[in-house]
Design a protein around this ligand. Structure first.
Ligand SMILES: Nc1ncnc2c1ncn2[C@@H]1O[C@H](COP(=O)(O)OP(=O)(O)OP(=O)(O)O)[C@@H](O)[C@H]1O
Length: 331
C-alpha cells in the first residue's frame, strides 16, 4: 500500500565536503514526490542514502517505525526489500537478455520456482510495455526501452517504495511523456510511494503530488506541488521557472555584485499552475485533490490562468476550457 518515509535532520559529507545538512521531510505514503536541485547538490546521494547504500553522518530515516540509519545489517537487508530502485541508465547487465535481467532479483532474493518467476517477469514486462522483447540484449534496444526494462526489474519484488533517478535523462520529450504517464498509472495501480529525481521542469510541474528542492547544501523547500509552483521564495521561484534572474548562478550561488546588478530588474510573472496529469484509464490518482485546493486552504492566489485544461503543462501553450469548478474561489 506504500509506506511513508520520515527523514529527520539528515546530514551527509564525503570527507570535508558537506553534501547537505539537516534535511527534514516526510515522503507521504503512496504519493509521488519529485526532488529537484542544481547539478551536484546531492540528489543521487540522497536516493542512495534513503535506500541504505550510503550512511549519513547524522539524522534518521524512519520507515514503519524502523530507523534505517541505526538498523543492524541483517534488519536493513529486510527493510531494503521494500525498495525498488531505477538508476539512471537502468543498470542492466549487458550480457543478459531482458528476461534474465528482470528475473534477477527474484532468483537472487526469493525461492520462487522458475514457472513462478516466469509468470512475474512476463507480468511486469507487460506492465511497462515490453512484451515480446524478452530475448533482446540491453545493447540492442533504445534508451527508453532500457529504462522501462530497469523499471520492470525494480517492480518484480512488489516494492512499497520506488526511487527513480533521472528517468528522463537521454530521452526525447515524447518518450519522457510516456514514462511519466507510466509512473502515474503505476502509482495508481500499485500504490507505492514514489520519489523521482529529475531536472525536467515540465514533468515536475505536472506529475508529482509533492516537490522538493535541494540547494546550497540544504533542503530549500519541500511540500505540495501547488505550494512550490505558487512560491515567491527566490530560489524556488527561479529554479521552478528556469529563470536566470535570482540567487542561483552558473556554478552555484551568485555573489553580492551579481545580485546587486539584478536588483532593479523586474521578475517575469509566475506562469499559470497547470493541472496535474491524470491516469491514462481515468482511474483516480491516489492523492487526487481538487485543483487549487492547497492554494485556497492557504489563502494563496495562484498565478492568473492556473488550473485550466488544454494545457499539457508546457508554459506558454494556449489554454482554453476551464475545468476546475472551484477555481473561482481560488482566484
Ligand atoms: N561515493 C562518493 N564519494 C565521494 N563523493 C561523492 C560520492 N558520491 C557522490 N559524491 C559527490 O557528491 C556530490 C553530489 O553528487 P550527486 O551525484 O548526488 O549530485 P546530483 O545532485 O545527483 O547531481 P546531477 O544532477 O548532476 O546528477 C558531488 O560533488 C559528487 O562528486
Amino acid at each position: 500500500m506504500g509506506v511513508a518515509i520520515e527523514v529527520t535532520g539528515l546530514t551527509k559529507s564525503f570527507g570535508s565536503q558537506k553534501i547537505w545538512n539537516d534535511v527534514t521531510l516526510t515522503l507521504p505514503a503512496g504519493e509521488i514526490s519529485v526532488m529537484l536541485g542544481p547539478s551536484g547538490t546531492g540528489k543521487s546521494v540522497f536516493l542512495k542514502t534513503l535506500v541504505g547504500l550510503l550512511k549519513p553522518d547524522a539524522g534518521s530515516i524512519v520507515i514503519n517505525g524502523d530507523d534505517l540509519v541505526t538498523l543492524k545489517e541483517h534488519d536493513l537487508y529486510e527493510v531494503r526489500k521494500l525498495f525498488g530502485v531505477l538508476f539512471q541508465d537502468g543498470a542492466l547487465f549487458g550480457s543478459m537478455n531482458l528476461y534474465d535481467n528482470v528475473a534477477f532479483p527474484l532468483r537472487e532474493h526469493t525461492k520462487k520456482s522458475e514457472s513462478e518467476v516466469r509468470r512475474i517477469v512476463l507480468e511486469k514486462m507487460d506492465l511497462v510495455g515490453l512484451s515480446g522483447a524478452e530475448d533482446k540484449l540491453p545493447g540492442e534496444i533504445s534508451g527508453g526501452m532500457r529504462k522501462r526494462a530497469g523499471l520492470a526489474r525494480a517492480l518484480v519484488l512488489d516494492p512499497e517504495i520506488l526511487l527513480i533517478d533521472e528517468p528522463d535523462s537521454g530521452l526525447d520529450p515524447v518518450r519522457t511523456s510516456y514514462i511519466n504517464q507510466l509512473f502515474i498509472d503505476l502509482n495508481a495501480q500499485i500504490d507505492a510511494t514514489f520519489l523521482i529525481v529529475t531536472h525536467d521542469i515540465n514533468s515536475t510541474r505536472t506529475v508529482p503530488d509533492n516537490i522538493g528542492l535541494l540547494y546550497h547544501k540544504h533542503l530549500a523547500m519541500f511540500g505540495p506541488r501547488e505550494m512550490l509552483l505558487s512560491s515567491e521564495e527566490p530560489v524556488v521561484r527561479q529554479f521552478l521557472n528556469a529563470q536566470t534572474i535570482g540567487p542561483i548562478g552558473m556554478s552555484e550561488e551568485k555573489d553580492a555584485d551579481e545580485l546587486a546588478a539584478e536588483s532593479g530588474q523586474e521578475l517575469p510573472p509566475l506562469p499559470p499552475i497547470p493541472l496535474q496529469l491524470g491516469t491514462s484509464d481515468g482511474r483516480p490518482r491516489r492523492a487526487a485533490k481538487p485543483a487549487g485546493e492547497w492554494c485556497r486552504a492557504h489563502g494563496v492566489t495562484p498565478p492568473p490562468g492556473s488550473f485550466l485544461s488544454g494545457n499539457a503543462g508546457v508554459p506558454g501553450v494556449s489554454q482554453s476550457v476551464e475545468v476546475s469548478t472551484a477555481l473561482g474561489a481560488a482566484t
